[in-house]
Design a protein around this ligand. Sequence first.
Ligand SMILES: *Cc1c(COP(=O)(O)O)cnc(C)c1O
Length: 370
Amino acid sequence: MHSPKQPRILVTKPALPDMDSYIDYLRGIWERGQLTNNGPLVKELEIRIKDYLGLKHCLVVSSGTIALQLALKALELDGDVITTPFSFVATSSAIAWEGCRPVFADIENDTLCIDPDRIETVLTEHTQAILATHIYGYPCAVDSIQDLAVKHQLKVIYDAAHAFGVNYRNQSLLNFGDISTLSFHATKLFYTGEGGAVVCNDDYLAERIRRMRDFGINGPEAFYPEIGINAKMSELHAALGLCVLSGVSEAIARRKAICSRYDAALTGRLVRPVLREGTEYNYAYYPVIFASQAELQHVRDALNEVSVYPRRYFYPPLSRLDYVGQYPVPLAEDISARILCLPLYEELDEEQIDMICSVVLRALNNYSKE
Ligand SMILES: *Cc1c(COP(=O)(O)O)cnc(C)c1O
């Protein structure tokens, strides 16, 4: 057991909003007596997210995973979907769950996003779509991916679970591709507890997803023109989201300051993924790349010793899942074995950041002497 003086520092911790602001929303819910079914708070959250990020359509749903499933379903995909091996499991599992086949293309060694040249080498006549992740909120090669999509008539879905608040070339990164999906899980920068959203520019697609998330209902008379599912967000989750959204700009600013402090101590000692030029980052994650898996494990053990628990986002590569085909992805294999996300959340104070940095640096020095 660790001493109570030393609280565990995890990779992330939700900065809970002021409870009174949440209770104010709850009072409204109690007065109206409406807990779900596209209530006023869900509608308000959708409008405020669209305004904040500059989006055309944003449909909030009950999770980031169901957002991916709805995207695949709404685009009527049932064949091969080229995807990245370096992401959270939901990126691959949603493809397989929807009856499609995940085909893996290796990643770029600097941005760690899917490599468009590799996409081209695994393309076949069965390929219907590309599902790429803006990993850590780092933008994919959206132009090259778009060129491939046009050339081969493919749909493009971005798993943008990490990309809330990221701008690329002066607009939200969520505006690229046919559909982008968000996760509002508690571990994400903007959260509703559980939740997510589907973002798109196409009116028809948006209408379709709006119906699909609500059993396929097309109006108050409840007729069902096509298959749907229950992916609705509740008013209780939307209320939390409205409170969290009010503080999200401040959260990004605070995270930026923490990242600068990490940079000042660690630059030159650890490799970092490369952010594409023209990106305004959201500071959602602080990934660092070690020289080897053994070095990573040595540093992680030293951090665990002092109750600091970074996470291996994302290990192992998804091409190792039992229910997918085998594809050689040597870069994803190599990077995922050597990458670690350091703790990053608004409450982390300077003393804690400095402590983490000094433990990392000391462990790196010890390791190189071994
Ligand atoms: C969190 C996450 C998801 C899944 O979102 P949930 O809201 O937890 O269902 C999907 N993809 C990526 C890359 C994620 O990090």
